[in-house]
Design a protein around this ligand. Structure first.
Ligand SMILES: *[C@@H]1O[C@H](CO)[C@@H](O)[C@H](O)[C@H]1NC(C)=O
Ligand SMILES: *[C@@H]1O[C@H](CO)[C@@H](O)[C@H](O)[C@H]1NC(C)=O
Ligand SMILES: *[C@@H]1O[C@H](CO)[C@@H](O)[C@H](O)[C@H]1NC(C)=O
Length: 232
């Protein structure tokens, strides 16, 4: 798969114990992406396409190709500034809201209420499958989490989680949380892994989701000769 889709460096990939992976799921007969249960009753495809980073100006094309392949997990964020484009691309592919698994993010821990509302408005949706705090900055993350818990209780956010959280960020949040984060989405690939964060996250039964699982430009995984040696 890595060889066939070498151009797509933006996957977010869930890393989970194999026995938690279900093979039923969201696909249209093309690409069949297994799902993992990240929270009670919430099945997330183990691969989502990322629309952000330096590529967000191409997010219509990226989303359109992914949907065309049969991918149904889409990962966007408030700070990517492309949520309305992503929503339009899904609609023009003839898909209904419930056909896709949508992950989006709020920009840190400030203005949470307003940022959740903006995400919903930009995505033109009444619910988000997985809402993440993008990074543990800007405001009080325990308070931000409380706001996400409120929307979760209302069913507006089907699952809630965090991104770029280390052990020291998770500890205070877990101490106050009523809902344990479903996911911690972190940069994780063979050349770049924070093992302490991974083990702490998994020890709390939080699904580790890797972003840039093939690395980004600085890592040059596709060009790394040691990895190429393993891939053949
Ligand atoms: C871990 O989380 C998953 C997803 O919600 C759940 O199905 C499972 O029962 C949990 N395991 C433990 C040991 O709490
Ligand atoms: C938002 O979604 C509704 C269907 O739920 C659709 O009728 C409407 O055209 C969409 N609006 C935009 C701006 O895409
Ligand atoms: C963050 O908010 C929580 C809940 O209101 C509070 O208990 C905690 O002291 C705050 N943390 C900081 C660093 O202000």
């Amino acid at each position: 798969m890595a060889a066939r889709h070498r151009g797509l460096l933006l996957w977010a990939a869930a890393v989970q114990a194999p026995w938690l992976i279900h093979c039923a799921g969201l696909h249209d007969g093309g690409l069949r992406v297994p799902t993992v249960e990240i929270a009670p009753g919430v099945l997330m495809p183990v691969l989502s396409i990322g629309t952000g980073g330096t590529e967000s100006h191409d997010s219509a094309e990226i989303t359109q190709h992914w949907l065309g392949l049969g991918g149904r997990g889409i990962d966007t964020a408030l700070v990517y500034g492309d949520q309305a484009v992503v929503a339009k691309t899904i609609a023009s592919a003839g898909l209904q809201r419930e056909d896709v698994f949508m992950t989006t993010k709020i920009a840190g821990c400030g203005n949470t209420e307003a940022n959740v509302q903006k995400d919903l408005r930009d995505l033109n949706t009444s619910y988000v499958d997985l809402m993440l705090i993008h990074y543990p900055m800007g405001g009080n993350c325990t308070e931000a989490w409380g706001v996400l818990e409120k929307y979760h209780a209302q069913g507006v956010l089907k699952a809630i989680g965090v991104s770029n959280f280390k052990r020291s960020d998770l500890e205070p949040l877990l101490a106050a949380a009523r809902v344990v984060p479903a996911v911690n989405q972190i940069r994780l690939n063979v050349l770049d892994h924070d093992d302490d964060t991974v083990s702490f996250t998994r020890a709390h039964n939080i699904t580790v989701e890797a972003y840039s699982p093939l690395g980004r430009d600085s890592h040059k995984i596709p060009k790394n000769t040691a990895i190429q040696g393993l891939a053949v």
